[in-house]
Structures are given as structure tokens and as C-alpha cells.
Design a protein around this ligand. Structure first.
Ligand SMILES: C[S@@+](CC[C@H](N)C(=O)[O-])C[C@H]1O[C@@H](n2cnc3c(N)ncnc32)[C@H](O)[C@@H]1O
Length: 363
């Protein structure tokens, strides 16, 4: 048995990128499939404690202290945090037991890689909140508002909190590296053949700081036409300086100012909004489209059954943070149909994470 476990450990240590991720998913699925119903119930009911411990570790700056100032004793940490020594000792012991920090001796603690990561500002913990198990679709009535003591929706709040916006930008860049694969999957070059170089070819709506615009320019230097990055002005202030990419501050609930582009790209935008708001965003783009235009929705396409844990977790994060959702193909077809758009193509380019691209046109 120990050799078998050692083999698995070595396999994981040497695997990289998507194959490592797949291995982790498969190992997790094996664990879930063999545990008893009671073990499942225990795992689920105890899991939130890890989230709370991570939150407390951030709040008391335990992760920051161990990362930046080296190993500490319980007494030293007590002097820094001012927490009760007994409570602090129990908390530190728990954190070590779930691998958030390392216990190096009796009442002695040190940072490990997880602790170093949790010490960074972008390691934000989101806890979902359910309202009597009813559906939450109001983006201003989620766990986010009481948690941050605000009446604002998540993105308006981000636009007023530069530190958190910076963390979001970092997280997005990390995700975009994985999701950037869509550029190899959709036939951009064929679909834009003969395009007028003076006309807009790629408009990234809600494109954040322009990672996809940069990828588009690098991947398709020969594709003719203008590339335009759109987002809220506060985000565009941090836009990447990519030659050939124009930046245009735009609120996607307002009429789309760039008319007749070939591609309007919406990456991880609609999953932040309920159906009604998503339809408003789609209608504003639709009003600028011509018969040649294509909306490319780069979002999850959930299977009807067997949603992998990463995707179902993100769906709950959307519920908790935005009162929104990840969608199945049936739901995408419905929502697009309701605004008069026709699905021309849909590709799931990462089956393990459900990342997909949907192409929709006027007719
Ligand atoms: C989840 S991020 C997605 C970023 C990027 N499109 C991607 O695929 O990774 C959502 C983006 O929508 C932008 N956003 C939110 N509200 C907006 C609005 N009303 N108008 C334009 N952009 C908005 C945010 O600033 C953020 O960059």
C-alpha cells in the first residue's frame, strides 16, 4: 500500500499543467466514490471550518507573520495577535492539521507554501450564503453585501476598492492563461477572412486589462481589423500596453458604441449576472451587430449531469458573490433565443473544467 501511495505522490510531483489538474480531479473522484455516506456527511459539514480558519489566519495576520518574519512560537504569535493563548493554540493546531501552516515542534509554527499563498492579498476567501434555500438572483442581496458592509453590487464595490480590484485582476490573469485555449479552438482566421482592415474585428467587452486582446494580437497577427478592449474606466486604467489594441471605457449596460464588429467577445461576464441582466448586456451588443457579426461567449457550458467539482463550486461562488450562475447549454440556448440571437456553434474546449465557447449571430 505504501509503495502505491508513494507512486501516486511521485506521479503528482512530476505531472504538470492540465495533466496534473486531471490527476487531482480523478483522485478526488476516487475518494468521493469510496467513502461511506457518513464520511461524506462529515467531510461536507467540516469543510467550512477550513474556510473559517483561512479567514481567521488572514485576519490575525498569522500567514503574513509566518511568511514574512519566519518561524514563531505560540507565545510570540500571542503577543502579536493579542488573541487568547488557549484559543490561539487550538486555532494554530487546527491550521497545521489541515496543512495551512507547518507545526515544527511543541507550540512552534512555520510557513509552508499554502501559508505563503494565503498571506497574499489576492487569496480572498468567498463564503456562499443561502437565503432559506431560495434562489438568489439579486446581485445586491447576496452574502457579499453583509460581508463587506455595503449596498453595492460586487463590481461597483470593486471599482471603489483598488486593493481588491488589483487582486481580481491577478486572479483573472491566472484564469485567462487556462481559458486562453479557446483561441486555438474557434476558427478565427477562417471566419474573418477578407475582413476590412479599417473595421473592428475583435471587441473584448468586459475584457478586464486586455489579456485576451494581447493574446488575440499575438496569435493572429495577420487577421485584419481593429482590436478594441472595453471595460469600466477604473479597470482600463491598468490596461496592458499592447501595440495595436485600442482601449475604450464602456459600461456594457449602455448601448454598444462600436458598430458592426466581426467578433464581440464576452469572457466570464455573463456568469456574473442573472438572466435579466445578462439579456440586457446581450441586447446592447445585438443593437450594434450586423449580419456578419458574431458574439463569442466564453463561459462555462455545464453538462446536464455530472458537473465536475470545480465547476459546481464556481457556480456556488457566483451565487454567493453575484446572485448569478454558471449555465448549461440548454440554459444558454434559452437565454440567447429570448433576445433573438441564434446559436451557430458551441465548443467545450476543456471538459474537465467545463470551459466553453458559444458563437451566436443575428440569424
Ligand atoms: C470576471 S471578469 C472577466 C474578465 C475577462 N473578460 C475574462 O474573460 O477573464 C468581469 C469583467 O467585467 C467587468 N465589468 C463589470 N461590470 C462592468 C460594466 N458594467 N461594464 C463593463 N465592464 C464591466 C469587470 O471590470 C471585469 O473586468
Amino acid at each position: 500500500m505504501s509503495t502505491l501511495l508513494e507512486d501516486v505522490r511521485q506521479l503528482l510531483a512530476s505531472a504538470e499543467g492540465p495533466s496534473r489538474k486531471l490527476l487531482l480531479i480523478q483522485l478526488h473522484e476516487i475518494i468521493v466514490s469510496v467513502e461511506t455516506p457518513e464520511e461524506t456527511a462529515t467531510r461536507i459539514s467540516l469543510y467550512p471550518v477550513q474556510t473559517s480558519a483561512a479567514r481567521i489566519g488572514q485576519d490575525l495576520k498569522i500567514f503574513e507573520t509566518l511568511t514574512n518574519s519566519g518561524p514563531k512560537s505560540l507565545q510570540e504569535l500571542q503577543e502579536i495577535t493579542k488573541a487568547h493563548p488557549l484559543t490561539l493554540g487550538r486555532l494554530l493546531r487546527y491550521m497545521a492539521s489541515v496543512g495551512l501552516i507547518r507545526e515544527t515542534g511543541v507550540d512552534l509554527f512555520d510557513a509552508n507554501k499554502k501559508c505563503q499563498n494565503l498571506a497574499t492579498p489576492e487569496a480572498v476567501t468567498i463564503v456562499t450564503h443561502l437565503n432559506n434555500y431560495q434562489d438568489v438572483t439579486d446581485g445586491k442581496a447576496t452574502v457579499f453585501q453583509p460581508a463587506y458592509n455595503t449596498d453595492l453590487d460586487t463590481y461597483t464595490w470593486f471599482s471603489e476598492h483598488p486593493e481588491n480590484r488589483a487582486a481580481l485582476i491577478k486572479y483573472m490573469a491566472m484564469e485567462q492563461k487556462v481559458r486562453g485555449r479557446w483561441l486555438d479552438e474557434y476558427p478565427i482566421e477562417t471566419a474573418s477572412q477578407g475582413w476590412d482592415p479599417k473595421e473592428p474585428v475583435f471587441v473584448d467587452v468586459g475584457g478586464n486589462i486586455g489579456v485576451y486582446c494581447a493574446m488575440f494580437k499575438n496569435r493572429f497577427p495577420e487577421v485584419p481589423g481593429r482590436t478594441i478592449l472595453q471595460d469600466l474606466p477604473s479597470t482600463l486604467a491598468h490596461a496592458l500596453p499592447t501595440p495595436g489594441v485600442e482601449s475604450l471605457g464602456h459600461d456594457f449596460f449602455e448601448p454598444q458604441p462600436v458598430k458592426g464588429a466581426k467578433f464581440y467577445h464576452l469572457g466570464w461576464v455573463l456568469h456574473n449576472w442573472n438572466d435579466e441582466k445578462s439579456k440586457q448586456i446581450l441586447l446592447q451588443i445585438k443593437s450594434a451587430m450586423t449580419a456578419q457579426s458574431v458574439i463569442l461567449i466564453n463561459d462555462m457550458i455545464l453538462p446536464e449531469t455530472g458537473v465536475p467539482s470545480f465547476s459546481s463550486t464556481l457556480d456556488l461562488v457566483m451565487l454567493g458573490a453575484c446572485g448569478s450562475r454558471e449555465r448549461t447549454m440548454k440554459e444558454w440556448t434559452q437565454i440567447l433565443g429570448e433576445v433573438g440571437l441564434v446559436v451557430k456553434d458551441s465548443i467545450v474546449y476543456d471538459r474537465n473544467l467545463c470551459h466553453g465557447i458559444i458563437a451566436a449571430t443575428l440569424g
